[in-house]
Write a protein that binds this ligand. Structure first.
Ligand SMILES: [Zn+2]
Length: 441
């Protein structure tokens, strides 16, 4: 028997016009649900003069107001525990995740039993697209404590893989599991995949030959979509990298790479995507960068209508050769991480792209932002992996390549010996912003 190519062939390969007709019908029902059951949405739609009847086409969604993390926080504080964006009584809620709360109070994301079922079906679909099969052993090494990615392991179980619930454990223990149980798939951040591979080597384990990992799912940082970063991790592990995208406000993963690995397919029968210009909030042209705005189509507990994610993405305008008709995008960075130099928008991932492609460097880098004569300047520190290379030459080459890719030059480039920059375990801190300190001190 030939193996099926898709988790849900009918849904994943629906012709665009049928998919869009289905989305419109779902959206109408979902907006009506939010309007009838969520005090917040009723008030906000009334104030904007919109409602379920506004939606004659998908484009009419643009008439609806945005929500964001701040809205979630405010509504939760106003109406504890879950806030009044919620559209079901608490007794119908079976699961909540919470965001890390690094920039304010943690926001909770509630699910009904039906939402949770949709969530795990979406995860199974994304795992299948990334090539996970029932014969795989999957080690789930994400945090289980309140984190929305924790339960994704259930999606892998639904798919039929043998699942190892490791959670966030010390790297030595995780390496022990990788060695003893020889799992074939895991999920982590790009920084941690690198760190874990390097740690393995220090313990005399070669991840490429002593371990069985053949697929690494990554999320949480843009690295998984940067070719040179991806290739470096793949070489270290002798495995393929698949980038996933999730947010605590919706699903542990909302989108993921298929075998083609050009962009991440969004689960478009459940979540609508818009890509909007940062200044005008109008749709950008296909292929241009903009902020990702997501709208749920079914999540009953707390509908998300036009949620501004703060992530900058670029949509792939063409259909994917894999046969899936659902849209694909690439994550470029966070709005918050973007900085502007001489009028040019720069993401740390742009710099990473150049650093990882320059022979003689080991790929580590740190960007420092500072002000000089009221202008933002940036300095880059990198490490060389070739002892014989000239530091001045490497610095000149890097500066030149950044200028030709981005149109602006770093104020300084420092080429350092290996192992000088601090190493990250989970999410890497690549940007040091000294502009605020300068302003206050
Ligand atoms: Zn595809």
């Amino acid at each position: 028997m030939t193996e099926k190519r898709y988790w849900n062939e009918k849904v994943e390969t629906l012709p665009r016009h049928e998919l869009e007709a289905y989305q419109l019908q779902q959206l109408r029902e979902h907006v009506a649900w939010a309007y009838e059951h969520s005090p917040y949405y009723r008030q906000s739609f009334d104030a904007a003069g919109v409602g379920p009847d506004t939606l004659e086409s998908l484009d009419d969604l643009r008439k609806f107001p945005f929500v964001n993390k701040q809205t979630e926080r405010e509504r939760q504080a106003a109406v504890p525990l879950l806030g009044d964006m919620v559209a079901v009584p608490e007794e119908d809620v079976v699961f909540v995740s919470a965001s890390s709360g690094s920039t304010g109070m943690a926001t909770l994301s509630p699910f009904t039993a039906g939402d949770f079922d949709d969530f795990q079906d979406a995860e199974a679909r994304l795992f299948w697209a990334a090539g996970m099969r029932p014969r795989d052993r999957y080690v789930h090494a994400l945090n289980f404590t309140l984190f929305v990615g924790g339960p994704d392991v259930i999606g892998a179980q639904r798919l039929g893989a043998l699942c190892i619930w490791a959670g966030a454990i010390p790297s030595e223990r995780l390496l022990h599991i990788l060695k003893e149980m020889q799992p074939t798939v895991t999920w982590t951040t790009p920084s941690y995949a690198w760190f874990l591979g390097e740690t393995a080597k220090k313990h005399g384990i070669d991840p490429a030959t002593d371990l069985a990992i053949r697929k690494i799912i990554v999320a949480g940082e843009p690295g998984g979509s940067i070719p040179a970063t991806r290739q470096a991790i793949e070489k270290l592990w002798n495995a393929e990298l698949y980038d996933f995208y999730g947010i605590s406000d919706i699903f542990g993963a909302c989108a993921g790479m298929c075998a083609v690995r050009e962009g991440l397919h969004i689960v478009e029968d459940q979540i609508l995507m818009e890509v909007l210009d940062l200044n005008t909030q109008q749709p950008v042209k296909p292929g241009e960068a903009g902020e990702l705005v997501l709208t749920t189509l079914r999540k009953k507990a707390r509908p998300m209508i036009r949620f501004r994610t703060g992530d900058i993405v670029k949509e792939f305008p063409e259909l994917c050769p894999c046969g899936r008709t659902h849209k694909r995008f690439e994550v470029l960075g966070r709005v918050d991480d973007m900085f502007i130099v001489s009028g040019v928008n720069i993401f740390p991932s742009d710099i990473e792209y150049v650093v990882r492609n320059l022979p003689g460097l080991n790929g580590e880098y740190r960007i420092t932002l500072y002000r000089e004569n009221h202008l933002t300047k940036f300095e880059i520190e990198v490490e060389k992996d070739d002892l014989s290379a000239s530091e001045t030459e490497l610095a000149d080459q890097l500066s030149h390549r950044i200028k030709s890719r981005l149109g602006v030059r770093p104020a300084h480039v420092k080429v350092l010996p290996e192992n000088t920059l601090p190493r990250a375990t989970h999410k890497a801190k690549r940007v040091v912003d000294q502009r605020e300190e300068q302003a206050t001190g």
